[in-house]
Write a protein that binds this ligand. Sequence first.
Ligand code: SF4
Length: 367
Amino acid sequence: MSIHVSDSSLLPIAEKIQAGTRLSFEDGLVIYASHDLPAIGAMANYVREKLHGGKTYFNINLHINPTNTCFMSCRFCAFGRKAFDEKSYIRKPDEIVKRARECMPEGCTEIHLVGGLDPRLKIDYYCSYLSALKEAFPHIHIKTLTPVEVAFIAKMSKMTIGEVVQKLADAGMGSMPGGGAEIFDEEVREQICEHKCDAKGWFETHREVHTRGLKSNCTMLYGHIEQPRHRIDHLIRLRNHQDEFGGFQCFIPLSFHPANTEFKHLPPPSGFLELQTIAISRLMLDNIPHIKAYWIMLGIKQAQIAQWFGANDIDGTVVHEEIYHDAGATTPTGMTVTELKRLIRECGREPVLRNTVYEEIGGPAAT
Ligand code: SF4
């Protein structure tokens, strides 16, 4: 299959893609400078179909935020609340189990839990909710705690990151989500979230997870104050880590939502930038198997189109998402399996039900 390219600056890159040659930092910048979106999409789709054919993965999952209280003040965040805020909450382990029981969709295989950074909560709190969930739902995979949360728990509990990861794994953590990566570049990070765990801490946490044989995901928050060079640097840092440890299963480019944040004066990322970034992620991250178009943040329509721009996953039912809805996301807070499958089929892809670690699941929900 040959890739049609109108912008001649993309020709050497299209040749590299077809030869299976790794793209450089400079290649990434050339693609970001190009407006030949059909060619960028075709290159990404070439890689996507080579890896996954026409499959689009989805899962049946449930989101619960154990707490929204947060000690930090990331400028892009609309979710974290100070402890004195009347809308702040900490859910006790039995409340988390109750919420899971009440909201769990049929066929659910995953509970995803992330929250704010509250110095009052130590390792025992996290292990308690993990044990309580594992006892109530032994068959459910628990994906919990971003590297930023894990590093913070380690600091607050006076433990090493490795000790915290081990305790969480012993209590039932099945894998780690990839949030908190934002943009790794130190100067950008200083301006958007200067107090939270830096790139070194973020990668150290993943290393502790991966060397224990557990999987995790990784993300990038784009479309705020960063430049294309920061995004490419971010992707190459992830690629380098993956070369060494190999534990990332999915990359999720997160489109910034400015509403209700300190950056509310910024325009939201354009549709063009969203598709370009998904495609570039697929092209640069040649060693991370899956690229997710997270429908909650992208919107359902863009998540469908993204399936032709390098993405091969759309996330899942995501019942009761709160974080991006606090930042003005207008998508529903959950979707049914029937709706997900219809949306995937409508865009010409084959819906494939998966679990958290990308094993394909058969049975009634899958068809
Ligand atoms: S992004 Fe996370 S760490 Fe930053 S303020 Fe929001 S909840 Fe807190």
